[in-house]
Design a protein around this ligand. Structure first.
Ligand SMILES: *Cc1c(COP(=O)(O)O)cnc(C)c1O
Ligand SMILES: [Zn+2]
Length: 391
């Protein structure tokens, strides 16, 4: 069978299809595009045993990824992160079957490496040589790093308030860095100005190209494989642009269509900080799209996204899986970060800690049951955020 079973790109808004074998951003209607695969071909040509025999990185699922040829894979060994039981902390929260998928153990220290590995590989494969993007920090450091590995140029625009380590990461790999006195939306506006006057750059902003989400969906593939192709009851995800949550939802839908998993989908939970919770607000009002959040601010910098391009997909994923969206306060995020570290020995990032603050609230309200199997994504290592913990 083919290295990749990718067939076409689908617009989830207007239904148009596009060829994947071209440099492409959004659909002509302005919506993000989603990659579609020939799943009959995958079902006929690939087995779970074959996947199990492959190296422990995300390229073990290459049939379900968009890169057409093995020679075009740009890898730093990303993927197959641990799915850890948290027995002591779980008991404390009243959720005995609490698991953490730990994305801290991945190149550049956050799960953004998944989107960058697949996005950069595919961009290079279709002929892109220069990329540009706005970022809250972690995506910029990941894309700059993989661009360096690929021999590509990268232009990264980042808010001044982004974690300093992300700036240093962009700098050490030799990418061009622009600091913006503002939020990620302002960085995006600056990138668009530059793209109008510079030549040869592809805009690889969140969901403005179709392949970052394909990399992020491998978190969902791995969770299923690591649980023996059985699905958990609940998955929590710290939601900024929402790409990880949409990706996990897409991955599980593809596995269900392949017949590799059965039963109900996990209830997907979008966790946001109370200082920037546009998706929670839209969920509570029953809206299909979010409204831009004014004066966004939270210690969980990676989820400071006042208006996400893929908000309608996040809301759809929550709705179709009987999930929910919930906001948590910064004090509870920081308390959860310290508690997970002290009872489980895991120094997680504030975004990941937001999930645990949410598990506590959802268990207290009865939305999570005592016997639910619950998977929380720790999207990055706490080592990238040393200033969030006291000395
Ligand atoms: C980017 C980021 C998120 C949010 O990811 P999205 O998929 O854009 O919602 C969460 N945690 C960390 C550490 C991040 O860097
Ligand atoms: Zn469209």
């Amino acid at each position: 069978m083919r290295f990749s079973a990718v067939n076409h790109l689908d617009c989830p808004k207007c239904g148009l299809t596009h060829s994947p074998d071209q440099v492409i951003g959004l659909c002509s209607c302005g919506s993000p595009l989603l990659a579609r695969y020939d799943l009959d071909e995958v079902r006929a040509g690939l087995t779970k045993d074959e996947v199990a025999s492959r190296p422990p990185d995300l390229w073990r699922y290459h049939e379900l990824l968009p890169v057409r040829s093995a020679e075009n894979v740009i890898s730093l060994g990303e993927g197959m992160t641990p799915l850890l039981a948290l027995p002591r902390y779980g008991r404390e929260l009243g959720v005995e079957r609490l698991l953490m998928k730990d994305e801290g153990l991945i190149p550049t220290g956050t799960f953004k490496a998944r989107g960058a590995a697949v996005g950069v590989s595919r961009a290079r494969e279709v002929g892109v040589r220069k990329i540009a993007m706005p970022t809250n920090g972690n995506a910029g450091s990941a894309w700059a790093t993989y661009a360096a590995r690929a021999g590509m140029e990268a232009l990264i625009a980042m808010p001044i308030a982004a974690p300093e380590i992300c700036r240093r990461e962009v700098s050490v790999v030799g990418a061009e860095l622009k600091l913006i006195d503002g939020l990620i939306g302002d960085a995006g506006a600056w990138v668009r100005e530059q793209l109008a006057v510079r030549e040869g750059y592809q805009d690889v902003s969140t969901l403005k190209e179709p392949y970052r989400i394909e990399g992020k969906k491998t978190m969902g593939l791995e969770i299923a494989e690591q649980l023996g192709w059985k699905l958990p009851d609940v998955i929590l995800y710290p939601t900024g642009g929402g790409v990880g949550l949409i990706g996990i939802w897409k991955a599980l839908a593809e596995l269900a269509e392949l017949g590799w998993v059965e039963g109900p989908m996990p209830r997907l939970v979008a966790v946001q900080a109370s200082g920037c919770a546009p998706i929670v607000q839209a969920y509570e009002k029953g809206l299909a799209e979010s409204e831009a959040w004014p004066n966004a601010q939270t210690v969980a910098f990676g989820i400071t996204v006042p208006k996400a391009l893929g908000d309608f997909l996040v809301l759809q994923a929550i709705k179709e899986t009987d999930g929910c969206a919930i906001a948590v306060d910064d004090v509870d995020i920081l308390a959860a970060q310290r508690r997970v570290a002290s009872v489980e020995g895991a120094f997680i990032c504030p975004e990941g800690a937001a999930n645990f603050a949410a598990v506590r609230q959802l268990r207290e309200s009865g939305w999570i049951n005592a016997d639910d199997q619950v998977v929380a994504l720790n999207t990055g290592t706490g080592l990238k955020y040393p200033e969030t913990v006291p000395l």
